[in-house]
Design a protein around this ligand. Sequence first.
Ligand SMILES: *Cc1c(COP(=O)(O)O)cnc(C)c1O
Length: 396
Amino acid sequence: MYNHYQEFLTNAIDNIKTAGLYKGERIIVSPQQAEITLSSGQKVLNFCMNNYLGLSNNKELIEAAKEALNTHGYGMSSVRFICGTQDLHKTLEKKIAEFFGTEDTILYAAAFDANGGVFEPLLDTEDAIISDSLNHASIIDGVRLCKAERYRYENADMEDLENQLKAAQKNRFRLIVSDGVFSMDGNVASLDKMLLLAEKYDAMIMLDESHSAGVVGKTGRGVTELYNAKGKVEIITGTLGKAFGGAVGGFTTGKKEIIEFLRQRSRPYLFSNSLPPMIVNAGIKTFDMVSKTTTHQDKLHKNTNYFMEKMSSLGFDLKPTKSAICAVMLYDAKLAQTFAAKLLEEGIYVIGFSFPVVANGQARIRVQLSAAHQTEHIDKCVKAFAKVGKDLGVLK
Ligand SMILES: *Cc1c(COP(=O)(O)O)cnc(C)c1O
């Protein structure tokens, strides 16, 4: 049997390679930080990590993780409701709710699980999910697991959202679902308009703040802070794997009845292991840090503005951003690949994205800023962009 299947897979893999869609993995031999070392020995500046607040290799978080290993052990060997809940888990859930101004929080092994386990228990056949066309894969999968009727609106298109809401008036409950920040353009969900539409058409809102929490808003509370809408969104999901330390873990935070019900019925919570204490304690430390001061958030905002200013004055075509994601538009897939490869030779690690990850003819290089970057790092990056831009005829 396997012979046939092996041949089938080998062909499928070859097709991926021929189409230029094969994803290789570059091996890093240092911790995740601004300057990393590749297995080739080359040292490069990292501009493609989700380490927005620069905490992935933060000494205080490492100490908090070590401390919990000593006081609370290594693994939980249980799901939460059997014997997998420590005092630390309850503390972290409370701190996350305080940070977002919500009522309660439920932890998951990943945001992928938070999104995978949120729709199916909450909504049924007579309900409606109205979802942005560019929502994250985990939202799409979560929606697939749910029996509710599905409506889809074009990315951040509020007119289309209104049309879908009108169509969904026949349903019992309506939930609008959107990423807070969309990862390819760095644009933000128009929460102000979404709230008005939700009011008008009697709908609830769920925001996935994975790319926006820690980043968007003056103090990094996310899209609800940007639009002055703390506590007004029923459900927020997020990750500990990006701005908040970058290790692993996800959460859903929001209305207390929703969270309570998820603890009873959400399958990735009920049937998957509890987060290990070292991750949870480092999470507590993270939320303490980003709640008490805005040092990291301020530095990220400063870095992003600085990069955008320098790049636009050079004449690069940039998507307007409200996050730490900066899309440098090149429009041509081959050019984007070559550009990224040449930047790596200059010691700048970024990724070129093209179809099908972005629309056809919308190839770009995505640059992600971090509080871990120093001004010299950004200067070096901009200088490399200028050089390669001229070499490849992108800049005059
Ligand atoms: C990264 C991301 C996730 C997945 O987060 P994990 O915790 O790594 O599973 C989910 N949703 C969005 C919008 C993301 O950007």
